[in-house]
Design a binder for this molecule. Structure first.
Ligand code: PGA
Length: 225
């Protein structure tokens, strides 16, 4: 059976109380998850202790890490600081590329950092060229990395790409990274998720807005199974 990854990206949202409420509802209502399915939740850094202090029925990820090792980098969270807490790290989300000037070079540095401490990188790309640069600059990415393909127009817009188009883009990325699981992201909902995970090249989804409400995220997971 093909693996399936469902990754929730909370972005810059939720107080501690809101996160605790979400976790309460989610944990109580989570369906039985088959072995080939990985649920990954990427909350804010401040929420990590809340999540890791419980036996959460999913894997934990972060939305970013520093491009540097530990040391005099005020405000940064180094990959090694979260290595014992999370299994995945999103790198190079298009919002970071756009608002925080994250270049392909910075993305490559961050990927190296997380690989060096045993975290699986989930590199976000909005086109095939970004995947090409990654493959060329960090060949070791292919061992454990995942790609989250998110076309810019589809992020947070309520207008997802079609499964057909997304599958074509994922096929091109597979031409460069044949072994890498490719997730689609951009306005994924409980209503459209099946279309994406049913395609040849797409092995899961990245979910922003629809992961913020525990009940909605649970419906999406059930629809994808
Ligand atoms: P969205 O965000 O589901 O709200 O479109 C997806 C993402 O940016 O990861």
């Amino acid at each position: 059976m093909k693996n399936l990854f469902i990754l929730g990206n909370w972005k810059s949202n939720k107080t501690m109380t809101e996160a605790a409420n979400w976790l309460e509802i989610f944990s109580k209502n989570m369906p039985q998850i088959p072995g080939h399915v990985s649920i990954i939740v990427c909350p804010g850094f401040i929420h990590l202790p809340l999540f890791s202090s419980r036996t959460a029925p999913f894997a934990l990820g972060v939305q970013n890490v520093s491009a540097y090792e530990t040391g005099a980098f005020t405000g940064e969270i180094a990959a090694s600081m979260v290595a014992n807490t999370v299994s995945y790290a999103m790198i190079g989300h298009s919002e970071r590329r756009k608002h925080l000037g994250e270049t392909d070079e910075v993305v490559a540095e961050k990927v190296k950092r997380v690989l060096s401490v045993g975290i699986r990188p989930v590199v976000c790309v909005s086109d095939v060229a970004q995947a090409e640069k990654l493959a060329a600059s960090v060949p070791e990415f292919t061992k454990t990395g995942l790609i989250l393909y998110e076309p810019l127009f589809a992020i947070g817009s309520g207008k997802s790409d079609s499964p057909e188009n997304a599958n074509i883009a994922a096929g091109s990325i597979h031409g460069i990274l044949p072994e890498t699981p490719i997730l689609y992201g951009g306005s994924v909902t409980a209503e459209n998720v099946r279309g994406f995970v049913g395609t040849e090249h797409i092995t899961g989804v990245g979910v922003g807005g629809a992961s913020l409400d525990a009940a909605k995220f649970l419906s999406l997971i059930s629809a994808a199974l």
